[in-house]
Design a protein around this ligand. Sequence first.
Ligand code: NAD
Length: 252
Amino acid sequence: MTKWPQPLLAAFRSAEHIVALTGAGISAESGIPTFRDAQTGLWAKFRPEELATPEAFARNPGRVWAWYTWRRSLIEQAKPNPAHKALAAMERLAPKFTLLTQNIDGLHQMAGSQQVIELHGNIRRTICAENRHAVEKWEPVPEGEAPRCPICGSPLRPDVVWFGEALPADAPEAAYAASRNADVMLVVGTSAMMQPTAMLPVLAAEHGAYLVEINPQETALTEFMDAVLKGPAGKILPELVRAVWGEEIRDA
Ligand code: NAD
């Protein structure tokens, strides 16, 4: 049972606006590897930075497509865990709640979160490389190739943000606005290495937000936090919801 610092409970109880910023770690307990964990098995010899880039796709679309096919199959088998459910409950319980996620897995929505700002897109959607046509069905192709857009013929790719690409339209502005307006910002399961996302907690703190990190490891942001709850999000977030609002999160 976590022993809660009084200032943390007071910050949550008096907050008009709670903002959560989540990363791959919140889905680790759902069985979806973080980038670091994903460097095992079949894909151990590639670094994500060598696959999740426009250059990698231009060089070898079939290989990048195969990597995402593997990742999509893991994500399609996964279910939201108690951490996702706790954040969905917070959206109901807090006066105002904004969820910003770097995840591409859609598990927040499956857990019941209504308003999710996806900063890095969603792997469940497919688009074409040249014109970003949204595509739901495509002709099968031999292994090692990427399928083609039925409208323009360019290779298909997941609708996610790759290293070096811009964030989806409106997402950064919405994220900055929420961060400037936050009374509490919860930073969960992100190594906070990616800009501009990593600066959001700093922006929130500059505007007076109380910063809380939930992560089993230290991150680049740990030193800026008002409270650090060290451990797995699937355990800590439900305990936090119980401590602040008295609501039980069921894992069913
Ligand atoms: P990251 O892989 O860089 O860092 C993951 C963080 O989660 C680490 O700090 C780790 O200590 C922490 N963590 C691990 N298990 C945890 C747990 N049970 N509870 C709480 N924290 C835990 O992830 P990132 O910062 O999100 O950045 C990587 C990029 O990878 C993002 O752009 C994201 O889109 C993408 N990505 C997404 C998914 C997904 O959608 N599930 C999976 C892998 C990578």
